[in-house]
Design a protein around this ligand. Structure first.
Ligand code: GLA
Length: 384
């Protein structure tokens, strides 16, 4: 994949070079990290992601021939489709674009053709929601081009529908809600049952802290099948317990006693305790006690490793090394089986902790990880 500029001006020039016209606008939608609340979204539970500065930029202009032409500057490829091509199950990166057109049409919106040119600096395959960022950027552009009045939450739901029913990934609503609803300087406390959203101030620098994101670069080969398996176990557990979703388990001990299968018991324990940790994390942030997130991050990681069983050795090594080299707390973030960790570190320590993890990876024979400091950034928006 080519590294391309994350700059709206350069994108406008690229749009002009390719289509011989000016775009009607430029839109952006970010990737995300999840601070806490993993695999809780499809259990009607709580999540608390924040948007990254890394984002998809999309320049767009209407066309009157009922055709959508989309160019990715990252892949240096152009794909073209018309209404008859909007068949669920389409593969490739363009499925995320076509899926959004399809979801809009399914919801009764008549979407006019468009030229779309995009660039993204959201790392792909790292669990940072590059696909949700793409979906939400397409939605933002097409909604404005067609004068559709669609509220943020509804946009997130349409983008998720594209992912679930068109691309075929059985994900929850977290990633699209984050990319659409997050605001600068805040984490998003989101109730996936009621869709209530609260912007919780998350100002790490005032607490003398920073968030390190480290991409382990572990290929997550198992992610699709294992994600679906975790989801199926949770639904099975809810059925056995006679509740609509694991969100409704209020007495963990008695629920565990009623479940004979040890694997299902572990899955339930993760979801129920993780929901409780999100609520504690929200309290901690509301009171500005950011350092007190650390034990919650650590407990979340242990729960994902031992109960939900979605971590892999490089991810565990990254978390352990982060802690032993000065992080207050650390956890894997995202769907699992590879991807990224986040660590809460003293301000100024991102390079030191990232470097220590890189050395531990070299010693263990793993490839080099990539890290950066994350700042809670804006959700999807029009830039020009
Ligand atoms: C992926 C999915 C989300 C969520 C997380 C795990 O990112 O897209 O819906 O389930 O995994 O928390």
């Amino acid at each position: 994949m080519r590294r391309v500029s994350n700059d709206a001006g350069a994108l406008v020039e690229a749009f002009h070079a390719r289509t011989d016209q000016q775009p009607a606008g430029v839109w952006a939608a970010p990737g995300r990290v999840n601070l806490i609340g993993e695999h809780t979204d499809y259990n009607d539970g709580y999540v608390m992601p924040f948007a990254l500065a890394q984002r998809v930029l999309m320049a767009a202009a209407p066309r009157d021939d009922g055709t959508w032409s989309v160019t990715s500057l990252n892949n240096d490829s152009t794909e073209t489709f018309r209404a008859a091509d909007l068949q669920p199950g389409m593969t490739g990166w363009q499925a995320y674009v076509a899926g959004v057109v399809w979801a809009l049409e399914e919801a009764g919106y008549r979407v006019g053709g468009a030229d779309l040119v995009l660039t993204s600096d959201v790392p792909e395959g790292a669990g940072l929601s590059s696909s949700a960022a793409l979906e939400c950027a397409v939605l933002a552009a097409l909604a404005d081009l067609n004068d559709f009045d669609i509220a943020g939450l509804e946009r997130a739901k349409l983008a998720r529908r594209a992912e679930n029913a068109f691309v075929g990934a059985p994900t929850g609503l977290m990633d699209q809600a984050a990319s659409t609803l997050c605001t600068t300087g805040h984490a998003l406390f989101f109730d996936c049952r009621t869709a209530e959203a609260e912007q919780v101030r998350f100002d790490t620098s005032s607490a003398g802290l920073e968030i390190l994101v480290l991409d382990t670069k572990t290929p997550h080969a198992l992610v699709d099948s294992e994600y679906a398996a975790r989801r199926a176990s949770c639904e099975e557990a809810a059925r056995l317990l006679g509740v609509a979703a694991l969100r409704d388990v209020t007495d963990l001990d008695s629920a565990l006693q009623r479940l004979p299968d040890p694997v299902i018991r572990r899955r339930v324990r993760h979801v129920v305790t993780e929901n409780a940790r999100v609520l504690q994390a929200v309290d901690v942030l509301r009171q500005g006690r950011i350092a007190d997130l650390a034990p919650l991050l650590d407990a979340s990681h242990a729960s994902m490793r031992d109960d939900f069983e979605i971590t892999v050795p490089p991810v565990d090594l990254a978390v352990e090394t982060a802690r032993s080299s000065g992080a207050l707390g650390a956890r894997m973030t995202g769907g699992g089986f590879g991807g990224c960790i986040i660590a809460l570190v003293p301000a100024g320590d991102v390079e030191r902790v990232g470097g220590a993890i890189a050395r531990s990876f070299a010693d263990a024979g793993y490839g080099p990880p990539v890290h950066f400091a994350a700042l809670p950034s804006a959700g999807a928006q029009r830039l020009k």
